[in-house]
Design a protein around this ligand. Structure first.
Ligand SMILES: *Cc1c(COP(=O)(O)O)cnc(C)c1O
Length: 389
């Protein structure tokens, strides 16, 4: 990949140059006053990004899968029941994790591209004696956006803890953790949060921490245990150093820079920008006659698009788009893998990126012999990006 290629996959994504520079800074001691100040500020900023001043943030070295595993390892005990609202590959992974930690798992499923029936979820919550419910805010394998607010509020009403996987959503899709009453909002650095891969992040409600404190059995994994990490997070936020396992110092620098940028943009403005970029892409997909995997716009993510290949084009065509300077992703859902491709549009994504990506897709479709009115998709995207009036 050339340095000028545009990385438009659902993570890792394009990162701001100031964030990248933080990775190359001199590494300080993890107990130095300089690092304590940066880590403490990053934790406070994470509270603001999750709109969860009352929750406890955790930032640990690991990928998004590790954030999922930390939530499960701390909140589930063998024999407890868990409800998985399943919208694809990453919901399947959550179910696997829950089973690995001894939970009895019930799944509310949907055909790929749809959201499970909400009245069915409500019925299960009412009668299922569940300890927790998991929701994948945006399932990156299907591009489906779940109605997180409705689901989280329903769980709360039924006294069930809610765990929301925001790995492909946090800082891109609207989420108000405190106001909605979500118990765990978990994410990773490399998607809409705008930091290279390597950080697992969780924002955990008081209610979830109380539930963890009331466990009858110890947490099986030492590296996952809130008992090890909570004193560390509390110490750094209070301006003191503490040691359990060495923090990824430079990734924390980069996180602090990126979260500072996000908050300067403002969370509501940021959510609105992601919606606008998604609208522009959707206008282009319609102009090209490309069918999205989500069955309707109301269940489609604003952080990525999942699109069926048009007639006569297969997975090798993604390489043709790369030759046009834009890197896209192939399919991921086990049932549909070879039939669709994905375009990530999160973090610093701009109108210029949208037009460059749509242009590259148009050219690569033309190379593959696909017929459409030239420039129709670029024009449609541009029309959606023009200021109103
Ligand atoms: C990417 C992703 C994950 C996994 O994150 P890794 O960093 O690859 O471990 C989990 N859930 C969702 C929704 C994702 O998009």
């Amino acid at each position: 990949m050339s340095e000028r290629d545009l990385l438009m996959i659902p993570g890792p994504v394009e990162f701001d140059p100031e964030v990248m520079r933080a990775l190359g800074a001199k590494t300080a001691s993890h107990v130095s006053p300089e690092f304590i100040a940066v880590f403490g500020r990053a934790l406070q900023r994470l509270r603001e990004v999750c709109l969860a001043p009352s929750a406890q943030p955790f930032v640990v070295a690991g990928s998004g899968t590790w954030a999922m595993e930390m939530a499960v390892a701390n909140l589930v005990e063998p024999g407890e029941r868990a409800l998985v609202v399943n919208t694809g590959y990453f919901s399947d992974r959550m179910a696997t994790l829950l089973e690995r930690y001894g939970a009895e798992v019930v799944q509310a499923r949907a055909t790929p591209g749809e959201v499970p029936d909400l009245t069915e979820v409500e019925r299960l919550l009412a009668g299922g004696r569940f300890k927790l419910m998991t929701v994948t805010h945006v399932d990156t394998s299907t591009g489906v956006l779940t109605p997180a607010e409705t689901l989280v509020r329903a769980a709360h009403r039924h006294g069930v803890l809610s765990v929301v996987d925001g790995v492909c959503a946090t800082a891109g899709e609207t989420f108000h953790q405190d106001a909605w009453g979500a118990d765990v909002y978990l994410t990773a650095s490399q998607k809409a949060l705008g930091v290279p891969p390597g950080l697992a992040l969780l924002s955990v409600s008081r209610r979830a921490l109380d539930s963890w404190r009331a466990r009858r059995t110890p947490v099986r994994s030492l590296y996952a245990d809130f008992a090890e990490w909570l004193p560390i997070m509390e110490a750094y936020e209070a301006g003191r150093a503490a040691y359990f396992a060495t923090p990824p110092v430079n990734l924390v620098y980069a996180l602090d820079v990126s979260l500072g940028q996000l908050l300067r943009e403002g969370m509501e403005a940021r959510f609105a920008r992601h919606r606008l970029m998604a609208r522009a892409f959707r206008a282009a997909w319609r102009a090209l006659g490309l069918r999205t995997l989500p069955v309707s716009e109301s269940v489609a993510a604003h952080t990525l698009s999942a699109l069926y290949f048009p007639e006569g084009v297969d997975a090798a065509w993604v390489g043709k788009v790369r030759e046009q300077g834009v890197v896209l992703a192939g399919g991921l859902h086990p049932q549909l893998k070879a039939r669709y491709f994905r375009v990530g549009h999160m973090n610093v994504v701009s109108p210029g990126d949208v037009l460059a990506t749509v242009g590259a897709i148009e050219r690569a479709l033309a190379v593959a012999g696909h017929r459409f009115a030239p420039d129709s998709a670029v024009a449609a995207a541009q029309a959606a990006l023009l200021p109103p009036g």
